[in-house]
Write a protein that binds this ligand. Structure first.
Ligand code: ZN
Length: 277
């Protein structure tokens, strides 16, 4: 199943079209895309049986973040060995956790304003929680995931390293630095939910390409370790880390500039397309 946020309303995607959930359910489910995660099991049961015959064509540019206002945003640093190495760090033995403040969230298309500094890209698979998770075993963790979406953990490196220890959360939370979309796809849609290709393309040139089976801490492992400490709430998101190929790791380093176009994709979900100004 694929869902999306079409101009602020929850839709089911079917073929090339979209079905408005509030209308198709006769008001049983609200139009608010963030509200659906509170009733995820009920919703998926309805959606499996829903009549998608009335799916309407839509404009990709009207899609917004599928999870627009999560209560908690988790992000994981250095979660791929090749990226840890290019960043000059040893592979972590415990997840490196920070947040992207909710005000940084934006949709899968459009223009992002560049603050002063060295703004870098980080393609990431984002997991969205569909069932409250506290002290969940790794073996049960996928049962708490509503679905997966594409994310960019856009990062301004000067802010990040302005003081020791690094200011991950600040550097990664400028307005527009947390794009997500274009759709949320349920885990059973993937041939192997633990091995998914992701990448990003800058001005037509591939800069990152990886597979999620190279993550040091898998999605189930992250859910087990986060939920050992705190409660993951329905609609929370986890940016799961980026593979190698960020601009900071290049020789010489390369950063985003006005006029650049960045395409970010996860196979089986879709792509986001942003320009910078
Ligand atoms: Zn990241």
């Amino acid at each position: 199943m694929r869902i999306a946020n079409l101009a602020g309303r929850l839709v089911l995607l079917a073929g090339d079209g979209a079905v408005d959930v509030e209308r198709a359910s006769g008001g049983a489910f609200a139009a608010d895309p963030q509200a659906v995660f509170e009733r995820w099991e009920e919703f998926t049961a309805w959606a499996r049986e829903a009549d998608t015959g009335g799916a309407q064509p839509y404009e990709v540019s009207d899609l917004l973040a599928p999870v627009p206002v999560p209560r908690q945003v988790f992000a994981i640093g250095l979660n791929y060995r090749d990226h840890a190495a290019e960043s000059g760090f040893a592979a972590p033995e415990h997840p490196v956790v920070f947040t992207k403040y909710v005000s940084s969230i934006t949709g899968p298309t459009g223009e992002i304003a560049l603050p002063e500094g060295n703004v870098d890209w980080e393609v990431e698979l984002v997991a969205v929680i569909g069932r409250k998770a506290y002290q969940v075993a790794e073996a049960d963790a996928w049962g708490h995931v509503a679905g997966l979406t594409v994310g960019q953990d856009i990062s301004e490196r000067l802010t990040q390293f302005i003081a020791p220890p690094p200011q991950f959360s600040m550097a990664k939370s400028f307005p527009g630095f947390g794009p997500m979309g274009p759709a949320l796809v349920t885990p059973e849609e993937f041939a192997d939910r633990d091995d998914i290709e992701l990448g990003c393309v800058l001005n037509g040139e591939s800069v990152q390409k990886g597979r999620t089976n190279d993550m040091i801490f898998s999605i189930p492992s992250l859910i087990a370790q986060l939920s050992a400490v705190l409660t993951l709430l329905p609609g929370d998101v986890i940016f799961t880390g980026t593979p190698a190929g960020v601009g900071q790791g290049m020789t010489p380093p390369k950063f985003l500039a006005a006029g650049d176009e960045l395409v970010t994709y996860v196979k089986g979900i879709g792509e986001m397309r942003h320009t910078f100004a």
